[in-house]
Design a protein around this ligand. Structure first.
Ligand SMILES: [Zn+2]
Length: 138
């Protein structure tokens, strides 16, 4: 128990005033592991060394004292990550529901509108901006 307390004190002293782990650093480490796994099949030295940039950068970020800068990087990363997740999610739903629904992009606000697949011309309101959109389902 005493050993664990000493270890905790050492860790706290080491990370005092440092930025610490965030989503970007964590995802960089995960990506490094994934690339390492995939490289077992590719067996490329170039990929292996290029991928080493990821954990090095992640650890530099963790022990960085420029908390504001690292925080901004993480915020921007989260915005991009969210857009990618939304894109993947909506396209997954488009494929999954292709027999029962159609998806249209609102020309006014770019959000997706899910319409029940029923032949003919329909007028639907965008749930985000409220603009009426004419859709034609064949
Ligand atoms: Zn809209």
């Amino acid at each position: 128990m005493q050993f664990l307390l000493q270890l905790k004190r050492k860790y706290d002293k080491l990370t005092e005033g440092k930025y610490g782990f965030d989503t970007l650093s964590r995802d960089m480490m995960i990506l490094w592991v994934i690339i390492g796994f995939l490289n077992r099949f590719i067996r490329s030295r170039i990929v292996e060394f290029a991928a080493l940039v990821l954990p090095v950068l992640a650890l530099l970020r963790v022990f960085s004292e420029a908390v504001y800068k690292r925080s901004n990087e993480n915020r921007k990363y989260l915005e991009i990550r969210e857009k990618v997740f939304q894109f993947v999610k909506i396209h997954f739903m488009m494929i999954k529901e292709s027999k029962t629904h159609r998806y249209y992009k609102c020309k006014n606000c770019s959000s997706y509108i899910r319409v029940k697949r029923k032949k003919g011309e329909h007028y639907v309101d965008c749930p985000k901006c409220g603009k009426e959109i004419k859709v034609k389902i064949r």
